[in-house]
Design a protein around this ligand. Structure first.
Ligand SMILES: [Zn+2]
Length: 360
């Protein structure tokens, strides 16, 4: 596999493959300079913003929900906050592209996508492009969305494993420092990941829709799916023992949601017209969003259809990198009541709330 750089001033990256499963893979990940530049600036600005919140200010008090007003981990200095956030964000995007290539999504899109006149050979999968103007719908959109979610899942699996791998390295942190460094890194990783999706999302608040439209799922819906995947995976005792952290499930949820909240607060205050905190940008978790659950209905069906083919063409990687839906998630998605009389009816949009667990 090779990595290429592209000078076009577009925020994004893409994966390309000739898509021939009977020949050795020839994979390329192309990263745009503009994307890297913007991620660095966003990380810098987020850190500056968080540091500039005056003690006792309304925004400062919002952190009482998490029982601690610390907004950036004290085990790192200013430069390290930005660097870790930046590297984490571009690493996740790299892993996402790798996920497309590992699962040969070009082949999958050709096989499961539209047939006949609309069919075209797919050799490139573009991502995060804010300016992408192509509007697709129907079967093409559905196949595109599900492969995006599958690449997200594969990327996030790598993301967590890399965090654990870092913490296992004795040169990285000693036994005494490790728990704090782990928490700090995880926090900055979630901040970085959130920034990528807020930038991709732009200045519109979350508006979950059930329809499958366009080439990519709603960026903030993707984030709502990914964050629980991170804390659910880290809640496995095998990782807890190996990486030397003692955070229980609740603490992991609080740490990850606090990091996502910091990015949400920053984004809504600095990138919206009114320049104030806007609760419509808050992540709630997909289980409290009937429209998102409805959106996932055809996603689950087509994923079940294409998974055997993905298994057949995927040449390497842990089976844990393949997206799955638990029975609980399937049943909630299948039985969602969209007219307001189901459990979703009590969902409110007023206060920061930990994301739902068990989404993937
Ligand atoms: Zn993608």
């Amino acid at each position: 596999m090779s990595i290429a750089w592209c000078e076009a001033e577009i925020y994004g990256a893409f994966a390309s493959s000739p898509g021939q499963s009977d020949k050795p893979p020839k994979h390329t990940i192309t990263v745009r300079y503009e994307f890297v530049r913007q991620v660095w600036r966003d990380a810098e600005h987020l850190c500056e913003f968080l540091r500039s919140i005056p003690e006792g200010h309304g925004y400062d008090k919002l952190y009482d929900f998490w029982g601690d007003r610390t907004k950036l981990p004290s085990c790192f200095n200013k430069k390290e906050h930005v660097r870790n956030m930046f590297v984490a964000a571009i690493t996740w995007v790299y892993f996402h592209e790798l996920g497309h290539l590992m699962q040969e999504h070009g082949i999958i899109r050709d096989e499961f996508g539209p047939r006949g006149d609309k069919a075209k050979k797919t050799t490139e999968v573009h991502d995060c492009e804010v300016t992408q103007g192509k509007l697709i719908n129907g079967r093409e959109a559905l196949v595109s969305h599900v492969t995006e979610l599958a690449a997200d899942f594969e990327a996030t699996n790598f993301y967590v494993i890399e965090l654990i791998r870092h913490c296992l390295n004795p040169d990285f942190a000693d036994d005494h420092e490790r728990p704090e460094v782990f928490s700090g890194l995880l926090y900055l990783m979630v901040c970085g990941l959130s920034l990528v999706f807020f930038r991709f999302n732009g200045n519109k608040p979350i508006l979950p829709i059930a329809a499958v439209e366009g080439s990519h799922p709603n960026p903030l819906t993707r984030l709502e799916l990914l964050i629980p995947q991170i804390f659910e995976k880290l809640d496995l005792d095998i990782f807890r023992t190996a990486a030397g952290y003692a955070l229980d499930r609740k603490q992991l949820v609080l740490l990850c949601t606090k990091a996502a909240f910091s990015a949400t607060l920053y984004w809504s205050v600095t990138h919206t017209e009114n320049h104030e905190f806007d609760t419509r940008f808050l992540l709630h978790g997909i289980m409290s969003r009937p429209a998102t659950l409805q959106y996932l209905q055809p996603i689950v069906v087509i994923w079940d259809e294409m998974l055997p083919k993905i298994r057949a063409v995927r040449r390497f990687g842990s089976p844990r990198g393949l997206m799955y839906f638990t029975d609980t998630a399937r049943s909630r998605i299948k039985s969602v009541i969209t007219w307001g009389s189901g459990p979703e009816a009590s969902a409110t949009a007023t206060a920061p709330s930990p994301l739902d667990a068990a989404t993937s």
